[in-house]
Design a protein around this ligand. Structure first.
Ligand code: DGL
Length: 266
């Protein structure tokens, strides 16, 4: 089992921020990435639809014989992780639990802000996980749908990003949050702008980095860590023609993408 790859899936390019964090934190692991580019975005879709997509993605990766499944998409994690954990035999790790855990570690005043897609915020998944651990926690959330196209457009440091961030985050800052969970694959790209807008006193939680830490821990616990430095370059699959994924994905991965294959999910 340890020689097998880790499967990572997302609605599109965003999950490459998680793949990037995994490459830093478990460099000896081989990775298979699936971006469901034919059906992106998930953030505006209903829960039953996203759950169905998540099962299809999971089945595709399991057919590649992966040893562990990472649900890199926040929206899919918010609505589908519990079902995937119950249905499949490999460990399944989503991005919500790790981000929430970190937020609980860093908050001092117990007021935590969460930003994500419409679907993630509507699901209340972060609120549930945060308040399950500590009932005194107060969660203030905001859907920030414009951040996804802004990040994909390469405008993360542009005035447009700053204006959108001020508009979305003002109500959370008014509530006195001291921690802000970046609950979407795309938001780590906007980190610098978001930090400027919220000020140095507010701690940002990057769920991609936290998820990679959780994956490492789980691999160690389950004795699934690859013991030799034999990692293959990541395999990339998408469900539409790869042109846009290749063009936009480099900024998310931090390096040029190559060898992307198109597949059909069923
Ligand atoms: N990957 C999605 C997420 O993290 C953002 C893009 C989408 O809406 O599909 O929620």
């Amino acid at each position: 089992m340890p020689e097998r790859s880790i499967g990572v899936f997302d609605s599109g390019v965003g999950g490459l921020t998680v793949l990037r964090a995994l490459r830093q934190q478990v460099p000896d692991e081989s990775l298979v990435y699936l971006g469901d580019t034919a059906r992106v975005p998930y953030g505006t879709k209903s829960s039953p639809t996203v759950i169905r997509y998540a099962h299809e993605a999971a089945r595709f990766l399991l057919a590649q014989r992966v040893k562990l499944l990472v649900v890199a998409c926040n929206t899919a994690s918010a609505v589908a992780v519990d079902e995937l954990v119950q249905r499949y035999r490999v460990p399944v790790i989503g991005v919500i639990q790790p981000g929430a855990k970190r937020a609980l570690e860093v908050t001092r005043n117990g007021r935590i802000g969460v930003v994500g897609t419409e679907g993630t915020i509507r699901s209340g998944a972060y609120d549930r996980v945060l308040r399950q651990s500590r009932t005194d926690i107060v969660v203030h959330s905001a859907a920030c749908p414009l951040f996804v196209p802004i990040a994909e457009e390469g405008w993360s440091s542009h005035e447009v990003a700053r204006l959108a961030a001020r508009e979305y985050l003002a109500p959370l800052l008014d509530k006195g949050i001291d921690t802000l969970v970046l609950g979407c694959t795309h938001y780590p790209l906007l980190k610098k702008t978001l930090q400027e807008v919220v000020g140095a006193e507010v701690q940002l939680v990057d769920s991609a980095q936290e998820t990679a830490k959780s994956v490492k821990l789980r691999l160690e616990q389950d004795r699934l860590l690859q013991s030799a430095a034999t990692a293959q370059p990541p395999c990339y699959y998408v469900t539409d023609i790869p042109d846009r994924f290749l063009r936009v994905g480099g900024a998310f991965l931090g390096e040029e993408l190559r060898d992307v294959k198109t597949v059909v999910l069923d």
